[in-house]
Design a protein around this ligand. Structure first.
Ligand SMILES: Cc1ncc(COP(=O)(O)O)c(C=O)c1O
Length: 362
């Protein structure tokens, strides 16, 4: 493949000396579990995001799970969320025995449609879980207003939106809890699995610190049944270095997206919009088109990677067969028309042009 979806090697090469030195130093220090780098990363990430607490953990999926549990979500509670997302958003709800209620998305932003949330509220609804899909924040004012009206919690799935702001506020600091992923291909990615929960609530934060470490704040004393869900010390080393570059990375992604938008304007491909009141950090650059599968094959045949995020919405997944009766027209049409193109901060203008030539010749 001449042009990959992401270029992890290129990014590693640009940071190689700093990362290698810091890893060797951490290896020599031998404080491998909840060591100084995890503690420092938690502080630095909280400062960067403007959150009172940032608590790293083993993955984005765990961040959602621990966040929901610490916020008091219980078995049988209904959580309203988007069906157009990665499976983990729904899985985390199910881990608790709570019930995901999938609603439709907006045709433009591909984020959860606040209009559809209201109609899905029942006596069992406890929370709304918007996903800031592809790096663009959902309509948080409208969502929070509905939550306030019905006494619901808002939890944010920020797996794709590290450093993306909504009306000046970082995603992950608007609802009760934010859940982040540091999967290697994320806009802030480590070299394995990693995740983080943000909250401004001291009690929720205390609970999450317990839950990520076997329910323990003092060695061999366990207050609740928790999990082994700590961020690895070596991953914290890498994340601390990459965090210093995240604004540049996000800015560069936006520039790549703007260039794509210019080159694909007035074509049969619907390009993503960029709203005035919020960032879009373009974790993914996703166009919509008819005949998507043929376009995909053609583009791959020209040596350019592209991918479908997501071909099967959650209400149509076998794992969520209980939700099979849901009919979500915008989600279903988007799943059949979406195509994500390569995007990474190191992408050159020449590479962007090559991708567009492949796409436009389909
Ligand atoms: C929207 C969304 N939520 C949750 C997750 C889960 O994160 P992780 O893979 O770190 O468990 C992902 C990761 O791909 C994601 O894209």
């Amino acid at each position: 493949m001449n042009i990959p979806m992401v270029d992890l090697k290129g990014q590693y090469e640009s940071l190689r000396h700093e990362i290698d030195d810091a890893i060797l130093q951490s290896l020599a220090e031998t404080r491998y579990i909840l060591g100084p780098n995890v503690q420092a990363f938690d502080r630095e990430a909280a400062d960067y995001l403007g959150a009172r607490h940032a608590i790293s953990c083993a993955s984005g999926t765990d961040a959602l799970h621990l966040g929901l549990r610490a916020a008091g979500i219980s078995p049988g509670d209904e959580i309203i969320t988007s069906a157009f997302t990665f499976i983990a958003t729904g899985e985390a709800i199910s881990y608790i025995g709570a019930v995901p209620v999938f609603v439709d998305i907006q045709p433009d932003s591909l984020n959860i449609d606040p209009e559809k949330i209201r109609a899905a509220i029942t006596a069992k609804t406890r929370a709304i879980l918007p996903v800031h899909l592809f790096g663009q924040p959902a309509d948080m004012n409208e969502i929070q207003a509905i939550a306030d009206e019905f006494g619901l919690l808002v939890l944010e799935d920020c797996a794709q939106s590290f450093g993306s702001r909504y009306q000046g506020k970082m995603t992950g600091t608007i609802g009760a809890v934010g859940a982040f992923s540091f999967f290697p291909s994320k806009n802030l990615g480590c070299y394995g699995d990693g995740g983080m929960i943000t909250t401004n609530d001291d009690e929720i934060a205390d609970q999450i610190r317990l839950l990520r470490n076997h329910g323990s704040s003092q060695q061999y004393h366990h207050d609740v049944i928790g999990y082994n869900s700590r961020l690895d010390e070596l991953q914290a080393v890498i994340l601390r270095i990459k965090l210093k570059h995240i604004d540049d990375y996000n800015q560069r992604r936006l520039e790549v997206a703007r260039f794509y938008n210019r080159l694909l304007a007035n074509s049969r491909f619907r390009t993503p919009g960029i709203a005035d009141d919020r960032d879009h950090i373009f974790h993914q650059y996703t166009v919509l088109c008819d005949g998507r599968d043929a376009v995909r094959e053609h583009v791959i045949g020209r040596g350019v990677a592209c991918a479908v995020y997501y071909p099967v919405p959650l209400h149509q997944q076998k794992a969520f067969a209980d939700n099979a009766q849901a009919i979500l027209p915008v989600t279903e049409s988007t799943a059949s028309r979406c195509l994500s193109l390569p995007i990474f901060p190191e992408m050159s203008g020449q590479q962007i042009e090559t991708v567009c030539e492949a796409v436009l010749s389909a």
